[in-house]
Design a protein around this ligand. Structure first.
Ligand SMILES: [Fe+2]
Length: 599
């Protein structure tokens, strides 16, 4: 039986197809529309799911939508009575509900069906969908489960206990109190205004000192039993109709902090203003206060369940710095965070909720790798090269393509390139599910080279110099390189790099000595594991620098997009399947190459 889960008209819309409870395909619409965090309807993701399963829309028995406008109506009514929100807030919410009611048309279109022939459609409330995405595909038979985010269906935080194929929701924190909103408000105050910019602030935080913790603590009150409340005087998301918009598919959120926050924290930074030590200190202080609050919530959850295993989801579940500290700061000793812990993952959770909770089927599926996306095994890379660069040369560069007879040879050649200091685009197999590249759509480099971070940030990713890069480490070498780390194939936890390894790995060691690691196991990604092993043979280091294969755009989906990204940036080579395309400068290096080009 096929169950299709979708996240629609929210950030990061997506589709996931289950066959008898196991994931067949999991796709984010942004990869197809090429609009980051795309927030419309996941039409292309749905069609590709069907295509990959080789089925028609009529074969889908149930559709699960990760939103339920009729959920929590008493809380909504009470809020409206008590707080008297603006007319705009009410109108925005009505507009939102209308879009949801209109799901049937786009859904029928995506499935290629008449509206009257749609499968059974289930509305699964946003937070139960998050909880289900965390627990039902975890390796745990029983666990405590938490979802912590901005908001969805009027809820920001929910706590649950999972047993077998059942999830029991124990507690909810309702709008307008939200730890996600706390993080977003200070992120906006720091001049980062785009949807998803919270990650930048998390990356900035270690550059500063926690000098402003006392001020940031005033924004949120931690209360008995693991609950919390925002001091609403500092916020305006609840009073002034600040709703998420998605014009043209671009999600955006108006200003959520009130003027009083500026009185407390000083003037907000303009997006074009230089980042100073004061901004870094505020980012650090925010991260500290967020962690205090998150651990407080999780300790409360432990108190209610007595469980030692935790499944975590929600936008805040993507705070990998906090995630890496959960085991040290709470009684939980095992933590599972699936790769799409944000709203993208609610498509997965809605589908799993329907399969287990609504239809009563037993558990049978564990998500132990992230490779559930598209693949292009028949790509003719030479033809793509000839199309993009006629004559295989342009003004500055000459391109050569080598088609190897086996993946082993291509891996050996790639390891040579990496060991020689080249930056390599690595495009293999099925696309990753979730926002992290995990060795199938990655840009790779030697982590021991000191100049590599600036080189990649400034010449390939064209982004802020402070953004760190992540290490992929062979599973067997995890504890040689990281302190107190847990295995994590999804790159969801940050741990300290072993002190004696930091100097040798400057490109992946953040300023505070930490790294957001991915463990790579042979049975989870054979080609990537073989590549790291081949690199280790040459350098003695079982670690690669791994960043997503993109440049200010969603991660590349097709070989053509991979090649276009390679072509317009300063990568040295791209490997697509068993074909390696290298480029070399014609008549010496182009003018800007002195700034730190690797050897
Ligand atoms: Fe959410």
């Amino acid at each position: 039986m096929y169950v299709l889960g979708i996240n629609a008209y929210h950030g990061d819309v997506s589709a996931v197809l289950l066959r008898d409870g196991a994931v067949v395909a999991a796709l984010e619409e942004e990869r197809f529309t090429r609009i980051k965090h795309y927030a419309g309807f996941p039409t292309q993701a749905i069609r590709r799911c069907l295509e990959m399963a080789g089925i028609a829309g009529a074969d889908v028995a149930h559709v699960a939508i990760s939103r339920d406008p009729s959920a929590n109506l008493p809380q909504k009514a009470l809020f409206a009575l008590k707080k008297r929100p603006s007319v705009r807030l009410v109108l925005d919410r009505l507009k939102n509900r209308r879009a949801l009611r209109e799901v049937e048309g786009p859904l029928a279109d995506a499935l290629g069906l008449d509206r009257t022939a749609l499968p059974t459609v289930h509305n699964v409330e946003h937070h139960p969908a998050h909880l289900a995405s965390a627990f039902f595909c975890s390796p745990f038979g029983e666990a405590a489960v938490a979802a912590i985010d901005g908001f969805g269906d009027f809820v920001s935080t929910s706590l649950a206990e999972g047993r077998g194929n059942r999830l029991e929701v124990l507690d909810r924190t309702y709008f307008p109190h939200s730890l996600g909103m706390l993080y977003t408000a200070v992120t906006q105050h720091l001049g980062f205004l785009h949807y998803g910019d919270e990650f930048k602030v998390m990356g900035l935080a270690p550059y500063g000192e926690p000098t402003r913790v006392d001020e940031v603590r005033q924004l949120v009150r931690l209360e008995q039993g693991g609950t919390f409340e925002l001091d609403l005087d500092y916020f305006r998301h609840w009073s002034d109709g600040v709703e998420m918009e998605w014009d043209g598919g671009y999600p955006s959120l108006g200003r959520v902090y009130a003027d009083k926050m500026t009185d407390l924290l000083g003037p907000a930074r303009r997006p074009d203003e230089e980042l100073t030590g004061a901004h870094e200190d505020l980012a650090h202080s925010l991260q500290v206060v967020y962690e205090e609050a998150a651990f407080h919530v999780l300790r409360g959850l432990h108190g209610r369940t007595g469980r030692r295993r935790l499944c975590l989801a929600g936008g805040c579940g993507m705070n990998s710095v906090a995630n890496g500290k959960i085991r040290a700061n709470t009684p939980f000793d095992e933590v599972y965070v699936q790769p799409a812990a944000g709203d993208n993952g609610t498509a997965l959770g809605a589908a799993l909720w329907v399969w287990h909770q609504a239809l009563g089927h037993p558990r049978s599926f564990v998500m132990d790798h992230a490779y559930w996306g598209t693949e292009y095994p028949d790509a003719d890379v030479e033809a793509i090269l000839d199309d993009a660069v006629p004559g295989r040369a342009d003004a500055d560069w000459r391109y050569t393509a080598t088609v190897y007879g086996s993946s082993e040879e291509a891996i050996e050649a790639t390891a040579d390139l990496l060991a020689d200091g080249n930056v390599v685009g690595w495009f293999q197999g099925r696309m990753e599910w979730g926002s992290r590249a995990l060795g199938n759509r990655s840009i790779l480099a030697d982590p021991s080279r000191a100049d590599m971070r600036d080189l990649i940030n400034l010449k390939i990713k064209f982004r802020e110099r402070f953004r760190p890069f992540a290490p992929s480490v062979k599973r067997e070498a995890l504890h040689d390189y990281f302190v107190g780390a847990a295995e994590d194939p999804f790159m969801q936890q940050v741990y300290p790099v072993q002190p004696d390894k930091r100097e040798g790995l400057p490109a992946i060691t953040h300023i505070d000595g930490s790294g957001r690691l991915q463990t790579v196991a042979q049975d989870q990604n054979e080609a990537y594991y073989a590549l790291i092993s081949a690199f280790e043979k040459r350098t003695g280091t079982p670690v690669l620098l791994n960043t997503s294969f993109n440049e200010n755009e969603p991660i590349v989906d097709t070989p053509e997009q991979a090649f276009a990204c390679f072509h317009r940036t300063r990568m040295d080579a791209v490997v697509i399947g068993d074909t390696v395309v290298r480029r070399e400068p014609i008549g010496g290096r182009p003018a800007d190459s002195e700034e730190g080009e690797s050897s």
